[in-house]
Write a protein of this length. Sequence first.
Length: 326
Amino acid sequence: MIVVTGGAGFIGSNLVAALSERRARDVVVCDWLGDGAKWRNIAKHAVADIVAPDELVDFLAAGDVEVVFHMGANSSTTETDVDLILEQNYGFSMALWAQCAALGIRLIYASSAATYGDGGAGFDDDGSAEALARLRPLNPYGWSKHLFDQQVARFTESEEPAPPQWVGLKFFNVYGPNEYHKGAMQSVVAHKFPLALDGRPVTLFKSAHPDYADGGQMRDFIYVRDCVDVMLWLYDQPQVNGLFNLGTGRARSFDDLAAALFAALDRPVAIDYIDMPDAVRDHYQYHTQAEMGRLRAAGYGAPFTSLEDGVGDYARRYLSAADPYR
């Protein structure tokens, strides 16, 4: 069996869809579905079982599980309950690592580019304990992910028990279908789509940095389809271990993103620039770009989808559809 934690979430449900299309072995979703529409993210695909997160450790002990894709997390960058974030992101991951190590189950887990903080220490995915110690996350979410990366480095460098394959993926700015349940945490593409569809201006932050024009702030935007392709490749390469960035390796501006969205909808570009909130300004990242050399050196050679092609596919194939789910 293959277990996907957060399997009804954004990245996790896209992975479940791809595994289903691939006719993979039995896929088990581990997630909380709640009372919203999150269930629709997996409704098109047959799954072997749905397991609550607090039952997963026992489930692993009782079943024939080959690999766990650990995508589940409290991903809110504005969550203020640090104890809750540590319990859900760090404590659960630690328990999962221990169980996978004990049972010989492969583990591919989601870290985050939020571990890099303001980017002052760069975006090099050096997974050594020494390199990780230089990073300064800016919020509890980033810190919880970073804390687990550090523990993995300590375990592996001291040759403590580890899963037979372990991979951490530092996801950059992911966008694509099945993110609709995320509310304020949806991508800029999803947030601005209704405005662009109506032919109204989209709003972007003004810049408070002299080196960046309004809308010129840059991110490494990556289409979720590419993230899934990397994870499937890792599944097929059980000898690959390590901590890797997962972006495109090319930063693009928010202006570029808005232009791609308007082009996908055959609308003229219209942008209004608004003041950046005071709470955001002091810790705002003006440039993120994943260093992708380590993943390439490990053997991953497929190209990444351009911003124009990714936004176009998302807008036309999903956001414009009566049924936008993958």
